[in-house]
Each structure stands twice: as structure tokens, then as C-alpha cells.
Ligand binder design. Structure first.
Ligand code: ADP
Length: 266
């Protein structure tokens, strides 16, 4: 609690009273701390690849360039670190767009199955490279939601690519679309490494990762889930993540209102 005082003094110097302003700053301080933490995280995440790029380039300049094989290997690292920075900046831009341009959605009535199909198609190659089984089932063909197509596809790409990343070779990834009365559920289930119980409550926070090293190795930025949550909530939906036990896999459930009934409502 923050307090401010101001005396009320009459012209003849008589103290008439005191105005006391009590302000609850807990929420403010919480936001301020989150902001500071975010800036610290961004700086750290950008600094890490920059340090690597600089040291590899210096080693090349110091003579490693003479060795063609070594030079190629080092340049490969430089490119992949630059790619990481690009991904991070893209995710940050996307977050900042979501923060500041809430109103600018291109929402239309769309069939959710079309979006799921197109996301699955885009990631099929990555799943195939890991010899994973990728299954998409839907009990109803026509399930309409009032949504921004690109943003919704982004959510699915984020969730599905996590499922692929955090599931071993030859694992199984299932996408199920189920129509309930006035809403639809998209369930993405994998039989990968799972998420420990103690990490689940914070998993949607920006930059929160169970295993930083593993996420980086997989090319993750730690922002995918927070972006997904923000988009889903802007569609009056919900996203939940379940993981029973270690190594039992992960289940992500996205719930969205449908326009199948009561079209006029929208
Ligand atoms: P990242 O870019 O690190 O994947 P995300 O925000 O997408 O960031 O996810 C945050 C963290 O949640 C990941 O680092 C990982 O630890 C965990 N996670 C997300 N999806 C899964 C999954 N399907 N299986 C296991 N862990 C997951």
C-alpha cells in the first residue's frame, strides 16, 4: 500500500484537515516485475546467439578459415544462431502485435477442420522425419468457428510442433476435433516426454520452459504457448494442458465457441 498526504491549510494558517491517498500498488508492482523479467529474458535470449556468432567469427578470422572443413562447420553454426535470433524476433513481434493491436483481427466464419488439416499438412514432413505417426480425426466435417484463420493456424502450428519436438522418434501424435453442443474441442495428444506436475502451472508464461537447454536445442523460443494462449483467449476460447506423469505424454485441449448453432449471434 502506498500512502500520500496533503495538508489543507486555510489562509490564516489554520490546519483544516489532511487528505490521505491510499493506493494499492501490489498489482502495479507485479506488472512492473513481470515487465522487468521480460526485458531481462529478451536481452539474455538475444545475447546468447550473438555471443556464439561473435566467438565463432573471431575464431575464423584468427585462422580457422584456412581449414575448409572447420570453416564450413563454423559457418553452419553462425547461420543456425542467426536463424534462432530471427525466430525469436518474429515471436516477439507477434506478441507485441497481439498486445497492441487487439482489435485488428481478420475474423470470419471458417471451418475449423480446414485449419487443422492445413496445419497438419505443413508439419507432416517434420513428423515423418522423426518417423512419428500423425493422426487427424474429426467426428463431424463441418464445424464452424468465428476466427482469424492465420492466427488460428499459428496456434495449431505452435502446439503441433511442440508435440513433434517433445516426442521421441516413432512416437504418436493424435489430433482430434470434437463438436460438443455449442463449442468445439481440438485435442492434441502425444506420447512424448510429458511435463512435470510442478511446471504445469507456469507453462503458459512467456519464456517459461521445463528444460531450457533442450528447448534451445530443438529451436524453441519459449514463447509458443504464450502466443497460443493469447490468440485463443482473443477468440473467447480456452487452452489447457495436461500431462499426467513423466513420459506419459502431453494433452493440449483447445476449446472454442462454434457458430454451428445460432449463427445470428455473431
Ligand atoms: P518452446 O519454444 O520452448 O517449445 P513453448 O512456449 O512452445 O516454448 O513451450 C514451453 C515449454 O513447455 C517447452 O519448453 C517445453 O518444456 C514444454 N512443452 C510444450 N509442449 C510440450 C509437449 N507437447 N511435450 C512436452 N513438453 C512440452
Amino acid at each position: 500500500l502506498r500512502a500520500k498526504y496533503a495538508p489543507i491549510i486555510r489562509e490564516d494558517d489554520y490546519l483544516e484537515g489532511i487528505v490521505v491517498l491510499l493506493q494499492d500498488v501490489t498489482e502495479y508492482e507485479k506488472l512492473e516485475n513481470m515487465r522487468k523479467e521480460f526485458v531481462a529474458n529478451v536481452s539474455h535470449e538475444l545475447k546468447t546467439p550473438l555471443t556464439t556468432i561473435k566467438s565463432y567469427t573471431e575464431t575464423l578470422l584468427d585462422g580457422a578459415m584456412e581449414d575448409k572443413g572447420l570453416a564450413t562447420q563454423f559457418l553452419g553454426v553462425v547461420v543456425s544462431e542467426a536463424d534462432r535470433m530471427t525466430r525469436l524476433v518474429q515471436d516477439l513481434l507477434q506478441l507485441s502485435n497481439l498486445d497492441y493491436k487487439q482489435g485488428k483481427w481478420n475474423k470470419k466464419e471458417i471451418n475449423i477442420n480446414d485449419i487443422v488439416k492445413s496445419a497438419v499438412l505443413k508439419l507432416e514432413v517434420s513428423a515423418k522425419n522423426k518417423r512419428q505417426h500423425f493422426v487427424h480425426t474429426s467426428y463431424d466435417d463441418e464445424i464452424y468457428v468465428f476466427a482469424d484463420k492465420d492466427k488460428m493456424e499459428q496456434v495449431l502450428l505452435n502446439i503441433l510442433s511442440n508435440a513433434i519436438k517433445y516426442t521421441a522418434e516413432e512416437g504418436k501424435i493424435e489430433v482430434q476435433v470434437q463438436l460438443k453442443s455449442s463449442y468445439v474441442q481440438i485435442i492434441i495428444r502425444d506420447n512424448g516426454i510429458g511435463i512435470p506436475k510442478e511446471d504445469l502451472p507456469r507453462i503458459f508464461e512467456r519464456f517459461y520452459r521445463v528444460d531450457k537447454a533442450r528447448s534451445r536445442e530443438m529451436g524453441g523460443t519459449g514463447l509458443g504457448l504464450s502466443i497460443a494462449k493469447q490468440i485463443i483467449e482473443a477468440h473467447k476460447g480456452a487452452i489447457e494442458i495436461f500431462s499426467e506423469e513423466k513420459k506419459q505424454g502431453t494433452r493440449v485441449v483447445i476449446t472454442l465457441p462454434t457458430t454451428n448453432e445460432g449463427l445470428a449471434l455473431n
